[in-house]
Structure formats: C-alpha cells, structure tokens
Design a protein around this ligand. Structure first.
Ligand SMILES: [Fe+2]
Ligand SMILES: [Fe+2]
Length: 216
C-alpha cells in the first residue's frame, strides 16, 4: 500500500459538532494531525487496545448485567480487530512501533465518574460513549485530510465509533431508568469536562489530546 495523498481539499472547515459533544476539535489539532499522522497512528493503535480493555473491565465489573456483557463483549472484539488493522497499516506504511505515554484525556474523564453505585455504572457508560463520539468526530474530520489508504480506513472507523457511542449511551440510559436516576444531567456534566479537555492547551500530541500547546 502506498501513502499517496488524497486529492481532496487540503483544509476543510473545523470539525462539525457531533452530539453529545459540546465543542468541536480545534482546527490547530486537525492541522497538526494531518501532517503528523505517523505519530498519531502509533497512538491510535494504543487507543484501540485501550477501548477493548475498557469494555472488558466493564464486563467484569457488571457481570450480572446480561445486555451489557453481551454488547460490550462484541464491542471489545471489534476494537481488537481495529487494533489488528492499525497494526497491519503501520507495517505497510513503514511506521515503527514506539512506546507512548497515554494522553490525559481518558483518565481525566474517568476520574470525573462518581465513585458510588448506581452512579458509577451510569457515569462510566457515559464516559465510554463520549470517548467513542469524540473518536467518531475526529475520524470523520481527518479522513479527507489524510493520504490513502488511511483516509478510507478512517471513514470506515468513524461509522464503527458512531455505533459504539450508541451502544454505550443506550446501556447508560437503561441503567439510569432501572435505578430511577437522571441521565441527561450527567451527560451534560461529563460532556462539559470532555469539552474542556479537548479545548484546553495540551503539552502532549495524541489522538485524544486537547488544543496543541504552543511548545508541544
Ligand atoms: Fe475502534
Ligand atoms: Fe470504538
């Protein structure tokens, strides 16, 4: 496979806002990602592994919830297939593996989840959905800016992430109904934190990092 540049427009307007996200990915991040896609691909491989591992940890934490375990088991398998696809692309595009520290994004979001149940399960499902929604937004925005075959690959991944977002949010809504607790207010609260992680200057450059800091 060659890293031929897509003939589409080099720069499009900033990413379109994707519900339930409250802020769009900053244009500076998109510009940097469209040139530093090799570095990004290494972190992307890590994100796919982490997505599988997050789903698996929920499977263990809420083992009695059949709908959750059935859907997140399928989701974890799909994330691992994405990981295998990214790894194959890294080989064909001659992108070497390197160890990268994770970005602040997922851990900071997870720290915002309530500690006590039933709030914790609902919050962790919302966090999972927000991360999938952000991935969907970024894949969609990046696809036309990246060389082939990455552009096409990212287009297909954006569809998968949209589906994953729906899985997490449906499970979260069901859990909230069962426990007769609010869902929308927690979505707004966690989406605000998510938006701030995306908007604030970030010294690291990663798939889910924030606005690139001037010296990053
Ligand atoms: Fe994925
Ligand atoms: Fe996903």
């Amino acid at each position: 496979m060659s890293a031929r540049r897509d003939t589409g427009p080099a720069f499009e307007p900033a990413a379109r806002l994707f519900p339930p996200l409250l802020v769009a990915t900053p244009a500076e991040w998109l510009e940097r990602a469209s040139t530093q896609w090799r570095e990004l691909l290494v972190d992307h491989a890590n994100c796919e592994k982490k997505a599988a591992s997050t789903a698996l940890s929920l499977l263990f934490a809420y083992a009695e919830d059949h709908a959750l375990t059935a859907q997140l088991s399928r989701l974890a398998r799909e994330e691992l297939r994405h990981f295998e696809q990214v790894q194959r692309l890294m080989v064909s595009l001659d992108v070497p593996f390197q160890r990268l520290s994770p970005s602040r994004y997922a851990e900071s979001l997870r720290r915002a989840a309530r500690v006590e149940e039933p709030g914790r399960r609902i919050d962790l499902l919302i966090c999972g959905g927000l991360i999938e929604a952000r991935s969907c937004e970024r894949f969609t925005a990046l696809a036309p800016r990246l060389p082939e075959p990455l552009g096409t690959f990212y287009r297909t991944l954006s569809e998968a992430e949209l589906r994953h977002f729906s899985v997490y949010f449906r499970l979260g809504e069901t859990a909230a109904k069962e426990d007769a607790v609010e869902f929308g207010a927690r979505v707004t609260k966690l989406a605000e934190i998510e938006g701030s992680l995306i908007s604030r200057p970030d010294p690291q450059f990663r798939f889910h990092s924030g606005r690139p800091a001037a010296d990053a």
